[in-house]
Structures are given as C-alpha cells and as structure tokens.
Design a protein around this ligand. Structure first.
Ligand code: IMP
Ligand code: MG
Length: 183
C-alpha cells in the first residue's frame, strides 16, 4: 500500500472475483448476440482489460475519451467528448464501460452521443457506483460495487493522472485530495 492511500476499500482479490462474475453475467445476457464494448478512457482501461477476458460472446472493442475539464484547468459544468468512437455501432448491441458512476453526467452524455449512431441496444457497466452524489438519474445495468462517497483511486482511477496502476481501490489520504478540481 503506498503511503498516499488512507484505506483500501476494495482489494485486488475482491475486484478480480467480481469482474469475473460480471463477465459471466454479461456473456449469459448476450448469449448468441454480438457485442461492442465501448470503454471510457483512461479510467475504464484496467477494468475493461480484465472484463473483456471473461466475456465469451464475440466482442469488438472501442474507446471514447471524455474530459470533465475545460482546457485542463477549470472544471466544466458538462463533460465533453474529446475523442469519439471509430467503430460503426449502427444496429449493434453496445455495452458502455466506465470506472465509476458519480453524478451520472458522464454516462448520460456518452449514452446520448452513442444513441445518435442508432445502435440496436445500449447498456452500461461500471466497476463502482457512488450512489450518494447522483445529479442525473442514470440507471446502470451492471455494477461491480456500491461504495460510499469517498475520493478513490487505483485500478484505473486517478487523481491528477496518478495512482491508476494500483491493483486495488483505495481512498486517497484527505490531505492529498483536492475535490474542487474534479467535481
Ligand atoms: P460523473 O460524471 O460525476 O458520474 O463522474 C464520472 C467520472 O468522474 C468518472 O469517469 C471518473 O473519471 C471521475 N470520478 C468520479 N469520482 C471519482 C473518484 O472518486 N476518483 C477518481 N475519479 C472519479
Ligand atoms: Mg477520471
């Protein structure tokens, strides 16, 4: 555990077990159907990389990059898509993957954008759900863990691009947190 982490909220074993379960569930639900995974990067990178290896139906993978910041300094009121998908999703089943669902604005924005491409279906999957902060009612189809309202890092989640490599989900020490920068 690095010295910047106050507590481990979800350890590596628990993550790996749950990701395998989600993969089995998704494979069952999409039996006999093709699926396109769309990962919101960078946050969903590690989660998606592990999850895709537990999915047994034919999948394609694409990524979408979303920024919650305007020019990297001031927090934007709305998330912005800065790198759209490349794969044609018209008439396809899409599963959108993010690391964490907080206010719901990011998923809402991306779902709306993907809907414009006329997919057959869109479902959503997040590793973590912080239900307490929800501003936008955004139901999620697959949730790894419900967590309390902490600022967490690790397993893809960052603070100022750091800590993504940690194999667990940890709470960053309060003195290292700077919530106004990302809320
Ligand atoms: P939302 O748009 O408020 O639902 O926030 C979702 C995005 O905010 C995620 O894709 C994360 O990148 C980021 N985020 C929200 N909470 C945390 C956190 O606790 N740690 C790191 N990133 C977070
Ligand atoms: Mg992020």
């Amino acid at each position: 555990m690095t010295e910047d982490i106050a507590t481990i909220l979800v350890d590596e074993n628990a993550i790996q077990q749950r990701v395998a379960e989600l993969g089995r569930q998704i494979s069952e639900d999409y039996q006999d159907r093709d699926l396109i995974l769309v990962a919101i990067i960078n946050g969903a990178l590690l989660f998606t990389a592990d999850l895709i290896r537990h999915i047994t139906v034919p999948v394609k993978l694409d990524c979408i990059r979303v920024s919650s910041y305007q020019g990297g300094i001031t927090p934007a009121s709305e998330p912005r898509i800065i790198d759209p998908i490349r794969i044609d999703i018209e008439g396809e089943n899409v599963l959108l993957i993010d690391d964490i669902l907080d206010t719901g604005k990011t998923l809402r924005k991306v779902v709306k954008q993907l809907e414009a491409h006329k997919p057959l279906s869109i479902a959503t999957c997040v590793l973590l759900d912080k239900q307490t902060n929800r501003h936008v009612s955004e139901p999620c189809d697959y949730v790894g863990f419900n967590i309390a309202d902490h600022f967490v890092v690790g397993y893809g989640l960052d603070f100022a691009e750091r800590y993504r490599h940690l194999p667990y989900i940890g709470v960053l020490k309060p003195e290292l947190q700077n919530p106004p920068e990302w809320v």
